[in-house]
Design a binder for this molecule. Structure first.
Ligand code: ME8
Length: 716
């Protein structure tokens, strides 16, 4: 792990989008950073650990719109979820930056102005593809899929500010060459270099088609491109852009960052754009960027849009707050993709924590109380067995640090747990709890003293080393071993002094306390049930929000709601989403799976104009059942239908009176466009539209199903 020469270490997680609640993927990167930060501090290194939330951009604006909230309200709610989870997981970030904070906004505007002053920004126009989900520009014609997430891109055509990224191709390649440690793992390094070698085009760094962003200084019709906005957080949190002297000092003290830890899908932004922006601004570039692989669940990357997320809170509720920290760092070789499975989690928890480390501690602490009244005896002269355990402990000390510092956390923990197993075996082989008949009382007491003092010393070392990964459990054990408060020890750089022989005879142990209770047989089922329950509640909440919004929208205009935009307060104006008349959209096609191409039988004209999947997903098609069907007086074409959508009942007016007998329609399942804005006809409101095949020389035919389908089911 590269380290600043000044005995300081500044590290960061990505700042997470507030379009969705945190899941295990976010927890993974944050836990890894926390473990690194804790180890650095306990090594006496002045550490600054930053995390935060990325709150601007079209994606957030749209998510907020869908939820019927302002972007700021929406961001506030998700931000609180991130903060709460980090507290629960014991994350020790020194600061938390939100990109909607004034300190950030001012810093982004300063960087933008600096880049412009230094001649790296010009105005042009961009027509091309944009992936809203990744907030990334994509090369290719209309309809191109995003190479990262597989979604269909949108065509944008805007006047933009451009950053002269093309001027940095050679500079970046030279920089990578001179700084072989700058990015990793090797796969990331190779990918980034090949991306730059294939040629860099200038980058559009502003948008005009929506409002939820930081205004470009001096040209407020533009908002700063969300990635330029987001990346600068690493500096604005330190004080970049502030006039305050103390902030400026703090920035000088910690910048450049020693480590940006990120997920591999955002390597291009961090390893190409970010150093280029900084070089252009005349600022130092970060020392190292390391990408974690993807946490997979059900064979694909865990992500909200795939609907395959697991929440950290679920794991904490069943296995305690630290199981996840251990599991993620032990199970997944850092830099590679790794599968998450409830079974593997419970297995690892029971084997390594409950039966492994936890049980070992409990045996030794209990015996120390039972046989020595909780006071560590002098071990006496070591036999071969103690010499061997001491050598193994020293080997574990030697192996753990370098593996951890090289991001090989799994290997570091493996080395430590082989010491757990060896100490356990040593205890069993010497069985201090059982006196054989042919052993004298005196010899047995000597064996007990030797074995328990030696095993306790091995545990002390294991506990010290595992502290960054299991901070709460380690602190409990430290106390039980009579070593006092581990948090205080960490402030005194105790990790620089981990060596065999630290447990002094005469040390008084504290009472044993449970560490990792064995997971019950139903632990997996309980976690699965919690996730299902949570998903159901989330769907219901989204539905309720949607309905609440619909009611709001359909409310007759009152003087306040009908007020012209000019009468809104400046605050409301900046927070209000500007996407015109957007309706709740059905989910997009699964990542990597574009909508099936349209195949038409010969002789059928192709539908014109062609639309993209983004247009298709705007239409919310649902299965409904007709409860009431009746003619409307003086309207010979219209029928009044009352339909049941499962989650609500509504009235629809349909122009099928000449073709269908109302009584024959009752009970029939049909397809309706559920998100069509309400319309009034003949003084009655129609809330949707039914679908029918429209035939030239005969009556229309209502769309229906051959199989049983539940009411409210979505067609997509
Ligand atoms: O990309 N496996 O935010 P984001 C491993 N705002 N890590 C995962 C993961 C998974 N399945 N899912 C998420 C953004 N992550 C931008 C970043 S930084 C200036 C701006 C982690 O909310 C991983 O670290 O999409 C990934 O890079 C990050 O969360 C993406 O979070």
């Amino acid at each position: 792990m590269s380290q600043s020469s000044s005995n300081r270490f500044y590290l960061t997680t990505p700042i997470y989008y507030v379009n969705a609640r945190p899941h295990l993927g976010h927890a993974y990167s944050t836990i890894v950073c926390d473990a690194i930060a804790r180890r650095k501090r306990a090594l006496g290194i002045e550490t600054w650990f930053l995390t935060g939330t990325d709150e601007h951009g079209q994606k957030i604006e749209r998510s907020a719109e869908k939820a019927g909230r302002t972007p700021q309200e929406f961001a506030d709610a998700i931000y609180s979820e991130f903060r709460g989870l980090w507290t629960q997981l014991g994350i020790t970030n020194d600061d938390f930056i939100r990109t909607t904070e004034p300190r950030h906004i001012r810093g982004v505007q300063k960087l933008f102005a600096t880049l412009r002053e230094r001649g790296y920004i010009y105005k042009g126009s961009y027509t091309g593809q944009y992936c809203v989900s990744d907030e990334a520009y994509v090369d290719g014609p209309a309809g191109t899929l995003c190479p990262d997430c597989g979604r269909v891109t949108e065509t944008v055509s805007e006047e933009n500010y451009f950053f002269k990224l093309s001027a940095f191709e050679d500079k970046l390649l030279k920089f990578y060459d001179e700084n072989p440690n700058f990015m990793g793992p090797e796969s990331t390094r190779r990918e980034v270099i090949s991306f730059v070698r294939s040629g860099l085009k200038d980058l559009s760094i502003s948008r005009t088609s929506f409002k939820w962003g930081i205004p470009v200084p001096g040209d407020e019709k533009h908002v700063v491109y969300v990635w330029l906005d987001a990346l600068v957080n690493y500096m604005t949190a330190l004080g970049y852009g502030s006039e305050n002297v103390q902030d400026q000092e703090n920035f000088k003290k910690f910048w450049p960052a020693d480590l940006h830890l990120i997920g591999k899908e955002i390597s291009r932004f961090h390893c190409v754009y970010w150093p280029a922006f900084l070089m252009a601004a005349g600022l130092p570039t970060p020392r190292a960027i390391r990408a974690n692989g993807w946490l997979m669940f059900d064979q694909s990357k865990m992500s909200k849009s795939k609907g395959n997320i697991v929440r950290a809170e679920t794991v904490c509720a069943v296995l305690g707050d630290e199981a996840l920290r251990y599991y993620l760092m032990r199970e997944i070789p850092f830099g590679q993709d790794g599968n998450f499975s409830f079974d593997a989690l419970v297995q690892r928890y029971n084997a390594d924590l409950a039966n492994g480390y936890g049980n070992l501690v409990s045996r030794v602490v209990n015996m120390m109380h039972k046989f020595f009244a909780g006071v560590v005896p002098a071990p006496g002269a070591p036999t071969e067995a103690e010499i061997k355990l001491k050598a193994s402990t020293e080997a574990a000390i030697a192996a753990f640090g370098p593996a951890f510092d090289a991001f090989d956390f799994a290997e570091a923990l493996k080395a430590l747990w082989s010491l757990v197993a060896e100490t356990d075996g040593y205890l069993t082989a010497n069985a201090p709890w059982k006196k054989p008949q042919d052993r004298s009382e005196e010899d047995h007491a000597a064996l007990q003293a030797r074995v328990l003092a030696t095993a306790a010393e091995a545990i002390r070392v294991i506990t010290a080393l595992v502290y960054p990964i299991l901070p709460t459990a380690a602190a409990k054990v430290w106390r039980q071993l009579g070593q006092g408060e581990l948090a205080e020890a960490a402030q005194q750089a105790f990790l620089t002094k981990v060596a065999w022989g630290g447990l002094k005879p005469g040390t008084r142990f504290e009472e044993p306390a449970p560490l990792f209770p064995r997971a019950e047989k139903d632990a997996v089922e309980r976690m699965v049930a919690l996730e299902e329950e949570n998903n159901r509640t989330a769907v219901e909440a989204a539905q309720a929000q949607k309905e609440e919004k619909k009611l709001e929208e359909n409310k007759p205009a009152t003087p306040e709601t009908a007020a012209p935009a000019a009468s809104t307060t400046p605050d409301q104006k900046s927070a209000a989403p500007q996407v015109p008349d957007q309706k709740p959209a059905v989910p997009q096609a699964p990542e990597g799976q574009p909508a099936a191409p349209q195949v038409l039988p010969e002789g059928f004209p192709a539908a014109e104009p062609q639309i993209t999947i983004d247009d298709v997903v705007k239409i919310d098609l649902r299965v409904a059942q007709i409860l009431v069907a009746e003619r409307i007086p003086k309207a010979d074409k219209l029928l009044r239908l009352e339909v049941d959508l499962g989650y609500e009942k509504r009235q629809i007016l349909a122009g099928i009176a000449q073709y269908y007998e109302p009584e024959k329609l009752i009970g029939r399942k049909i397809v309706i466009v559920a998100n069509l804005a309400p319309r009034k006809m003949r003084g009655l409101e129609s809330n949707g539209m039914l679908l029918a095949a429209s035939l030239e020389n005969s009556s229309p035919v209502l769309a229906g199903f051959l199989e049983e389908v539940p009411l409210g089911a979505r067609l997509k």
